[in-house]
Design a protein around this ligand. Structure first.
Ligand code: MCN
Length: 767
């Protein structure tokens, strides 16, 4: 289902002509401005804090510290982990006051907040706050944190280990490895990255004393999920919290959670009786926005002599940073556990997980949320096995794909895959990429002194596991008979205004222009999931279709009355009700207009459905060319063939894949948050030090649809928002390995920076 009228994204003109309404654009009457004093050290006791001088600064209205956080009781952040660990125990969750009290545990942790009449005045007063510290030893890697003599971050988390978990059948895996003809081993690290959406974090909180309630203006991925988290942090009922989100300049998972700054602003807004606004600087973002990934995975694959997979086991070491975010731990465990088998039939599987705290920025879900990590581990392991066993990389995959007759496929760990055509995606991608014609291209590049390589990945994702049991969508008619669609998911660049409206317009057969999407209207009492886990189209999007169908059924008797017929004699098509004989008709719009004076409008509906995971999958092929003189890599070609079920809007799907692949390329070629192991200082605190991919990194990409409609939602759609990230990490890294192998380089891990590649080539040459 491709909609011609939806070819151009409706929201683009507004967004690219500066007419977006972001949180920083919003000005509330009498608003005050906040600035945060942040820890300049990784681990230390706060022995004293003196805010007297800061309080006397020009324009300063208040200074809040950890004591205010504790007095308000804002010390417990939510955590979405729903399962228990190896010993049956729940995850050890450290306290996290919204402002640090006795200790700081990472560079950037908020210690105090100055509130002043202007942002400048608040900023200026920060310098006048005097803090004395007693430094403590810091640990910045999960390995170091687990050392017996490592510094302890939290008294209630012995050994900095807050959770241990396992899944699968350890005995079966052990037995399979014992009889294997070949075992391949590989340890990989998906580096810690800084999500860096275009719009920095921001928030305005306004308190209404009369109703003892809060209006919170902040970029988010959906108001219901965020409101629930605010309620958990503050202990306030959800009815006292109104979340307002307008345009959002990127999210990537980072905006799904409540942050310390949110809570601190609530305390200040109530205390001062005036709205309090804070807009993060980019530098603050690097040290206080949740980071992503940071997963070390040691994999082992057992094969028989024909290259058939017998068993696999994985050890996961998850660095969570200094505190647990709501989404970090659950996504680093559940998604890898679900997808440990990849697209392969592996009879025995086992995974063990350690969740560790370090003196670094807390980690949260980030585009793919554990899925790119496990795909990277599985697909690199499979490539290595192919190399060791001298089997073509596409052939080893073909031999081991879950066959079409095995669906729905219950994996040996968690989850049931819906029908997929892995071989079909592979065939199409290899054909478009001219896989078999690669060697002449390698030879031609070699003549030019370049190292060329090709790599592929065949991946599957579990998208859309929501937090709320159902998604609701409302359709309401205005006085002109035009249609408003209300959801609680929230686009931050995904184009919902276009796709959701097109679903409703198409289902009703009305002009696209007569349908408008309103996301996250706090006045609407709707429930549902946020935009995360690439679930919006399958979730809220499919409920848009159900809601539109409900409108037809709901309006049929009303139309029949207007046409003076029985409802059974009225058909609906192309935006109008008609009598069977075609003599009488009334358009939906006209009918709605006639009833406009009635409140609520009698044709309004709310529809809902319970929508779980969908299983998008695909094959990506990357071709790279390295200049050995500089170590610089060029992506010479990229083919993405994805099964995201029924495609609602190909242009948007293509944009999602472009963005995801570019984000993956960023991580493969340079993005990495680096901490100094000795001091715990953040070394990549600005875009001068932190690599950010630019549009030119991916000049030539082919995006092909290979849709197998999902039977799990009314649209037949599967998610697509993260597929580009998930598939590109392994495809690009495998291509790099292929290019570097002839130069004598075995395994190299991300990021493949020019310097790292160049040094590896020099070392290999000197051997
Ligand atoms: N779509 C479609 N046909 C399908 C599936 C999806 O036309 N079969 C369209 C949807 O209508 C929607 C877009 O593709 O407009 C993405 O849909 P979906 O896969 O359902 O994902 P979500 O809308 O739930 O978006 C979330 C996902 C995630 S989890 C991250 S992280 C992410 C991403 O989307 N962050 C993004 N894409 C992003 N894109 C931008 N520009 N900015 C971000 O922060």
């Amino acid at each position: 289902m491709t909609h011609d009228h939806a070819v151009n994204r409706r929201e683009d003109l507004r967004l690219i002509t500066g007419r977006g309404q972001y949180t920083a654009d919003r000005v509330l009457p009498r608003q005050l401005y906040a600035c945060f004093l942040r820890s300049d050290r990784a681990h230390a006791e706060i022995t004293s804090i003196d805010v007297t001088a800061a309080l006397g600064g020009p324009g300063v209205v208040a200074v809040l510290t950890g004591a205010d956080a504790v007095a308000a009781g804002y010390t417990q952040f939510p955590n979405l982990m729903s399962f228990t660990g190896r010993t049956g125990a729940s995850i050890l969750k450290p306290d996290r006051p919204v402002l640090a009290t006795d200790k700081v545990r990472y560079v950037g942790e908020a210690i105090a907040m100055v509130v002043a009449e202007s942002a400048q005045a608040a900023q200026d007063a920060l310098d006048a706050i005097v803090i004395e510290y007693r430094d403590l030893p810091a640990v910045v890697t999960a390995h170091d944190a687990l050392d017996a003599d490592a510094g302890q971050l939290h008294a209630n988390v012995p050994g900095n280990l807050c959770f241990e978990w396992e899944t699968g059948d350890s005995d079966a895996v052990h037995q399979a490895f014992a009889k294997a003809a070949h075992v391949t081993r590989l340890k990989v690290l998906t580096t810690r990255v800084a999500p860096s959406p275009m719009e920095p974090r921001a928030c305005i909180v306004s308190y209404d004393a009369a109703s003892d309630s809060y209006d919170i203006y902040t970029p988010s991925q959906g108001m219901v999920m965020l409101r629930r988290q605010f309620a958990t942090l503050t202990g306030l009922p959800e009815s006292k919290l109104r979340i307002h989100t307008y345009d959002v300049g990127g999210s990537f998972g980072q905006r799904s959670a409540v942050y310390p700054e949110h809570g601190t602003q609530m305390i200040a807004a109530k205390k001062l009786g005036r709205p309090v606004k804070w807009v993060s600087t980019r530098a603050e973002g690097f040290m206080s926005d949740a980071h992503g990934r940071g997963l070390e995975i040691a994999g082992e694959l057992a094969l028989d002599s024909n290259g058939k997979f017998l068993a696999a086991r994985y050890d996961f070491l998850c660095d969570m940073g200094a505190y647990l975010t709501p989404t970090g731990s659950v996504s680093h465990l559940r998604n890898p556990a679900t997808l440990m088998t990849g697209v392969y039939k592996i009879p025995a599987l086992y995974g063990s997980f350690k969740v560790v705290l370090t003196n670094t920025v807390p980690i949260a879900a980030y585009r793919g949320a554990g899925r790119p990590d496990i795909a990277y581990a599985v697909e690199r392991l499979v490539d290595r096995a192919a190399d060791e066993m001298k089997i073509d990389r596409s052939e080893i995959r073909r031999r081991n794909f879950i066959p079409p007759d095995a669906f729905p496929y219950k994996t040996p760990t968690v989850g049931v895959y819906e029908p997929s055509d892995f071989a079909g995606c592979l065939d199409e991608a290899l054909k478009v990429a001219n896989w078999t014609g690669f060697e002449p291209r390698r030879a031609e590049a070699a003549k030019r002194g370049k190292l060329r390589g090709v790599g592929l990945s065949t991946i599957i994702e579990a998208t859309g596991a929501g937090v709320f049991p159902k998604d609701q969508v409302a359709i309401e008619f205005d006085a002109d008979g035009k249609i408003g669609v209300y959801t609680v998911s929230m686009s931050s660049g995904q184009g919902h205004e276009t796709t959701f409206a097109s679903v409703v317009a198409d289902t009703l057969g009305v002009p696209f222009a007569s349908v408008t999407l309103h996301e996250c209207d706090p006045a609407k009492d709707l429930t549902g999931n946020h935009t995360g886990g690439s679930r919006s189209m399958a979730g809220a999007g499919s409920v848009c279709k159900l809601a539109a169908e409900k409108v037809i059924e709901h309006a049929r008797p009303i139309a029949a009355e207007a046409l003076e017929l029985e409802p059974s004699q009225v058909d609906y098509a192309e935006g109008a009700f008609r009598s069977r004989d075609g003599e009488k008709s009334i358009s939906l719009e006209e009918l709605a207009r006639r009833l406009a004076k009635r409140h609520p409008h009698p044709m309004n509906v709310v529809a809902e459905a319970t929508v779980g995971s969908t299983w998008p999958n695909g094959c990506h092929v990357a071709e790279v060319e390295i200049d050995p003189e500089t170590g610089v890599t060029r992506i010479a070609g990229y083919v993405a063939v994805d099964d995201c079920g029924v495609v609602i809007n190909h242009q948007i799907v293509e944009g999602q894949v472009h963005g995801g692949v570019t984000q993956g390329a960023g991580q493969i070629f340079g993005e990495q948050v680096v901490y100094d192991p000795a001091s715990g200082q953040l070394l990549t605190g600005s875009f001068s030090d932190y690599y950010m991919p630019r549009a030119g990194i991916l000049r030539d990409i082919h995006v092909g649809d290979h849709p197998l409609p999902s039977k799990l939602n009314a649209l037949g759609a599967k998610g697509v928002g993260e597929s580009g990230c998930t598939a590109s990490l392994p495809a690009l890294a495998n291509a790099m390995s292929d290019a570097l192998r002839p130069a004598g380089i075995g395994h190299m891990d991300m990021p493949f920076t020019p310097s790292k590649v160049w040094h590896a080539l020099q070392t290999a040459k000197s051997r």
